[in-house]
Design a protein around this ligand. Structure first.
Ligand code: NDP
Ligand code: 2IT
Length: 445
C-alpha cells in the first residue's frame, strides 16, 4: 500500500479538511501490513473505495427564532459505508461543525460499528447550529426543519441517526415527531429515543458506562482495578456523566470535569448529587462548568486550561476532538498516569498518542473505548425490530459483554512483540477486516 500516494490524492481532492485527513491517515498507518499481506484488497481497490463516503447530503436549514427573525444553518448527512449494515451514526449540532469534522466522524464510525459485533455501517451528520442559549421552541423549530430534508435519505433499514454533541433525548424527540408525521410510520429510524416511544434503557448512560468497562479491562491487563484510583474526566455532557457514575461505582474518585471555559478540580470527588448537578449544568443555557465551583465551594475552577495538568491514575477525555495535545500528554506521563481511554472521538492529537504509546501507557482509542454508545443503539434497533423491551440489567449485561469482546479483539490484533498492547492498531485492523471482507464479497460498487 502506498500510503503517501493515497494521502496526497485525498488531500488534493479535499484540501484543508484537516480532521478528515488526520483520521484517514491514522487508520491507514495501522493497516499497511494487513493490506500488503492481502493483495486481494488492493486488487479490488478496497482502500480507495473505503476512504471516500458513499454520498454526502448537504442542505439548508431555515428556522424562525422567538422574535420572528429568520436564520439559515447548514445541515449534512454523510453516508460513509454500508457493507455490514445500514448507515449508523450520530448527529452533531455545534457551531464548529463542517464537512471535514463530519467526514472524520463518519469514517471512524465504520470501524467502531464493525467492532461492536452488530450489523451497522458508518455514517454521521449534523449542523453548524449552536444550541447554546436557544429556547425550547427554537430547538423544536430547528429540529423540525432539519428533519424536513433529512427524512428523504434515512430509514430503519437504510440509515439510522442518533445523538452526539448537542443532540440528546429532547432533540431526537422533535426530529422523530417530524419524521413520523412525514412518513406516517412509527419505526426505529432514530436511536436514543424516549423510553415511552421505542427507546432502550441504559442508552443515555451507555457511552460513559462502556468507556469505563473498557478501561477496566485495560487496567486488568496490568493486574489493576479502579478501586482507589484518581480519575480525570473532561467534558460534562452525556459521556462524561455516565463515565463519572461508573468510575464512582467501581471505587474510583473522579476529580475533574471540564467545559469550553476551563476545568473544575474537586479533591473530594465528583460523585452522587454532584454528578446529577453536571446534568443540570449541561442542560442550562450557559454551557459552562464554572458554576460548579460556586455550588460546591470545596471545588476549584481553573479558567481556560485542560484538566490533564492534574495528577491522576486514569484520564478519560470525554469532550471533543483534539482536546489532549502533546503538552497534555507529557504532563500525564510526568504525573504517573497509567491509562488514557478516549470517551470522545479522536480527543488526542497524533503527537499526544505517540507520546503516550512511546511511554508504554495503556492507550485506548475512541473507536474502541466509546463504542458502547452505538452498540447500545444497535441493541435499541434489535428491540424495535422485535417490538419488545429488555430490562435495564439485560441491556447493561449485553453492553458489558460487547465491551469485553472489543477489548479482547484489540488485544488479539494489537499485541506487539514486547507484549505492549497497541490498541490503536488492534482496533483499526479488526474493524477494517470485517468491512473489507464484506466489500470483497459484495463486488465493486
Ligand atoms: P455533549 O454535547 O453532551 O457534551 C460535549 C461536551 O464537550 C460539552 O461539555 C461541550 O461543551 C464540550 N465541547 C464541545 N465542543 C467543544 C470544543 N470545541 N471545545 C471544548 N469543549 C467542547 O456531547 P457528548 O457527551 O454526547 O459527546 C462528547 C464526545 O463523545 C464527542 O466527541 C462525541 O462525538 C463522543 N461520543 C458521543 C457518544 C454519544 O452517545 N453521545 C457516543 C460516542 C462518542 P460546549 O457544547 O459548550 O462546547
Ligand atoms: O460517536 C458515536 O458513536 C455516537 N455519537 C453514537 C452513534 C449512535 O448511532 O448511537
Amino acid at each position: 500500500m502506498d500510503l503517501e500516494r493515497i494521502m496526497n490524492d485525498l488531500e488534493k481532492k479535499h484540501p484543508g479538511e484537516m480532521e478528515y485527513l488526520q483520521a484517514v491517515r491514522e487508520v491507514l498507518e495501522s493497516l499497511e501490513d494487513v493490506v500488503n499481506q492481502n493483495p486481494q484488497f488492493e486488487a479490488a481497490g478496497i482502500i480507495d473505495r473505503l476512504i471516500e463516503p458513499d454520498r454526502v447530503l448537504s442542505f439548508k436549514v431555515p428556522w424562525l427564532d422567538d422574535n420572528g427573525n429568520v436564520h439559515v444553518n447548514l445541515g449534512y448527512r454523510v453516508q460513509f459505508n454500508n457493507a455490514i449494515g445500514p448507515y449508523k451514526g450520530g448527529l452533531r449540532f455545534h457551531p464548529s461543525v463542517n464537512l471535514s469534522i463530519l467526514k472524520f466522524l463518519g469514517f471512524e464510525q465504520i470501524f467502531k460499528n464493525s467492532l461492536t459485533t452488530l450489523p451497522m455501517g458508518g455514517g454521521k451528520g449534523g449542523s453548524d447550529f449552536d444550541p447554546k442559549g436557544k429556547s425550547d421552541k427554537e430547538i423544536m423549530r430547528f429540529c423540525q426543519s432539519f428533519m424536513l430534508e433529512l427524512w428523504k435519505i434515512i430509514g430503519p433499514e437504510t440509515d439510522v441517526p442518533a445523538g452526539d454533541i448537542g443532540v440528546g433525548g429532547r432533540e431526537i424527540g422533535y426530529m422523530y415527531g417530524m419524521y413520523k408525521k412525514l412518513t406516517r410510520e412509527h419505526t426505529g429510524v432514530l436511536t436514543g429515543k424516549g423510553l415511552n416511544w421505542g427507546g432502550s434503557l441504559i442508552r443515555p448512560e451507555a457511552t460513559g458506562y462502556g468507556t469505563v468497562y473498557f478501561a477496566k479491562e485495560m487496567l486488568a491487563t496490568k493486574g489493576e482495578t479502579f478501586e482507589g484510583k484518581t480519575v480525570c474526566i473532561s467534558g460534562f455532557g452525556n459521556v462524561a456523566w455516565g463515565a463519572a457514575q461508573k468510575v464512582t461505582e467501581f471505587g474510583g474518585k473522579v476529580v475533574t470535569i471540564s467545559g469550553p471555559d476551563g476545568y473544575v478540580y474537586d479533591a473530594d470527588g465528583i460523585s452522587g448529587e454532584k454528578i446529577e448537578y453536571m446534568l443540570e449544568l449541561r442542560a442550562s443555557n450557559q454551557d459552562i462548568v464554572q458554576p460548579y465551583a460556586e455550588e460546591f465551594p470545596e471545588a476549584k475552577f481553573v479558567a481556560g486550561k485542560h484538566p490533564w495538568e492534574m495528577k491522576c491514575d486514569v484520564a478519560l477525555p470525554c469532550a471533543t476532538q483534539n482536546e489532549l495535545n502533546e503538552e497534555d500528554a507529557n504532563a500525564l506521563v510526568a504525573n504517573g498516569c497509567m491509562c488514557v481511554a478516549e470517551g470522545a472521538n479522536m480527543p488526542s492529537t497524533p503527537g499526544a498518542v505517540e507520546i503516550l504509546q512511546a511511554n508504554k501507557i495503556l492507550f485506548g482509542p475512541g473507536k474502541a473505548v466509546n463504542a458502547g454508545g452505538v452498540a447500545t443503539s444497535g441493541l435499541e434497533m434489535s428491540q424495535n425490530a422485535m417490538k419488545l423491551n429488555w430490562r435495564s440489567g439485560e441491556v447493561d449485561e449485553k453492553l458489558h459483554h460487547i465491551m469485553q469482546s472489543i477489548h479482547a479483539t484489540c488485544v488479539k490484533n494489537g499485541t506487539e512483540e514486547d507484549g505492549y498492547v497497541n490498541y490503536v492498531k488492534g482496533a483499526n485492523i479488526a474493524g477494517f477486516l470485517k468491512v473489507a471482507n464484506s466489500m470483497l464479497d459484495q463486488g465493486i460498487l
